[in-house]
Design a protein around this ligand. Structure first.
Ligand code: NAD
Ligand code: DAU
Length: 412
């Protein structure tokens, strides 16, 4: 089976491709425009893999997409390409509408025309050039299905479409109404609606997944977990928005990759599956867990040349407020600062993933504590990857996003 994956040079797309290729589950065509978030270095060794092809294409470019479908003839599409960072969407929403809404509509149209062109005879030639017409046992659809019947369009979306979940409310199910808060979430909600409309109106065989916050290796350090790990190591402030009491439901990216593959293979056409880690944590709990893990794995503390950080650590250790001994001795924790909150910041997300667990048998393999520890270790072990992504463009973003956030209540 050959899968066209959009956004495969990003955080989740690259994890998905590494997952599929390491297990030889499918051939992959990676369609990615390589925006600031796309990084071919997150796909080590794949250049030499005959089952992997890269196409530097923007999903807003219809002609280029048509060529890619014509030349590669995929059996399925997994659509991850998107602008994905909420803070960027607040500072510049237009590109979110362009890529996430218009880009998705473009891809849907090209996929629809392509799907209609596929053979509809049970013994018709396969989708890939040279294919025999024998169904790949790993491809979706029942035995004897035609190439057209086996085709799938899998749209990868987010729990943010459901909006702000009250503290005592039950977790989001697939029936929770949409109430997106940020421009990012609204653009993803719009794209989900388009995908459902293309199924209902044109019969495009779609599956949709809505997932909670991912973490793990190769995540671009503008997102909470890698940002905090790298700032802590460098002795820089750890900027917690507002009171840090916002709750996210964390899932290891490799568990997400496995869930996506499960849904592509076995998901019911037209159906949505929520994916979550069953690991609700406040942001402050996450940042404190990172500090504890770093104190174990890198006890030497933050970069010693940051005199300011050393002063803050000393001041923290001598504070009269109650910290336990381990916290008092933790040089990273002293870097935590509360800063101006994100506008429209949702207080809580939580996913009820019982449908995918009961119907398709998937469940997360990583506990949050184990996954976080492995992730911290990964960033410690990959200084070259980190140095290269912390380029000029990254430094500019850090300036734009954090310079305008004043310290809200000082260090914790
Ligand atoms: P990311 O920002 O790390 O990667 C996005 C990728 O899309 C990049 O490689 C980028 O180059 C590419 N891209 C962006 N615009 C493009 C365009 N116009 N044409 C072609 N390629 C383009 O994002 P991610 O965190 O890997 O998220 C992937 C998908 O999963 C997104 O659709 C996101 O909404 C969804 N999602 C993310 C999370 C999360 O926690 N990160 C959780 C749930 C769902
Ligand atoms: O819920 C799924 C979503 O998770 C995905 O759809 C998005 O693509 C992905 O970016 C992520 O969105 P978040 O806004 O939740 O992720 P982020 O890492 O930016 O922030 C996580 C939480 O941490 C959020 O409550 C804001 C807070 N935060 C973030 C940063 C970058 C801080 O307190 N300080 C920070 O510096």
């Amino acid at each position: 089976m050959k899968i066209l994956i959009t956004g495969g040079a990003g955080f989740i797309g690259s994890a998905l491709i590494r997952h599929l290729r390491a297990r030889q589950l499918a051939e992959v065509v990676n369609v990615d425009a390589l925006t600031y978030a796309g990084n071919p270095e997150s796909l080590p060794g794949l250049d030499a893999d005959p089952g992997y092809r890269f196409e530097k294409v923007d999903i807003r470019d219809r002609e280029a997409l048509e060529r890619v479908f014509r030349e590669h003839r995929p059996d399925a599409v997994m659509h991850l390409a998107a602008e994905s960072h909420v803070d960027r969407s607040i500072l510049g929403p237009a590109v979110f509408v362009d890529t996430n809404v218009v880009g998705t509509q473009n891809l849907l149209e090209v996929a629809r025309e392509y799907a209609a062109s596929l053979d509809d005879r049970p013994d018709g030639p396969g989708t890939s050039p040279g294919a025999t017409g024998q169904a790949d046992p790993l491809s979706p659809g029942p035995a004897g299905a035609t190439p057209r019947e086996r085709f799938r369009f899998h749209h990868i979306s987010t729990d943010e479409v459901f909006g702000d979940l009250p503290p005592e409310a039950a977790a989001f199910t697939e029936a929770t109404p949409y109430a997106p808060s940020s421009p990012y979430a609204a653009s993803k909600a719009a794209s989900d609606h388009l995908v459902r409309a293309w199924h209902r109106t044109y019969g495009l065989p779609v599956v949709i997944t809505n997932c909670s916050n991912n973490y793990g290796p190769y995540q671009f350090p503008e997102k909470l977990i890698p940002l905090m790990i790298l700032n802590a190591l460098a002795g820089k402030p750890l900027p917690v928005y507002g009171d840090g009491g916002q709750i996210r439901d964390w899932l290891h990216v490799e568990d997400h990759a496995e869930a996506l593959w499960t849904v592509l293979q076995h998901g019911e056409i037209g159906r949505t599956y929520n994916i979550g880690g069953d690991a609700e944590r406040t942001n402050l709990e996450v940042v404190e867990a990172i500090c504890r893990t770093l104190a174990e794995l890198r006890p030497a503390g933050p970069a010693p040349d940051d005199a300011d950080a050393a002063d803050r650590a000393r001041a923290f250790a001598s504070e009269a407020v109650s910290h336990d001994d381990a916290d008092r001795a933790n040089p990273y924790r002293a870097l935590i600062q509360s800063v101006t909150d994100r506008p429209g910041h949702d207080r809580r997300y939580a996913i009820d993933s019982s449908r995918i667990q009961h119907e398709l048998g998937w469940r997360p393999a990583h506990s949050f504590e184990q996954g976080l520890r492995e992730t911290v270790q990964w960033y410690l072990d990959h200084p070259e990857w980190v140095a290269r992504v912390q380029s000029g463009a990254y430094r500019e973003w850090m300036e734009v996003n954090y310079a305008r956030r004043s310290k809200a209540t000082g260090s914790r």
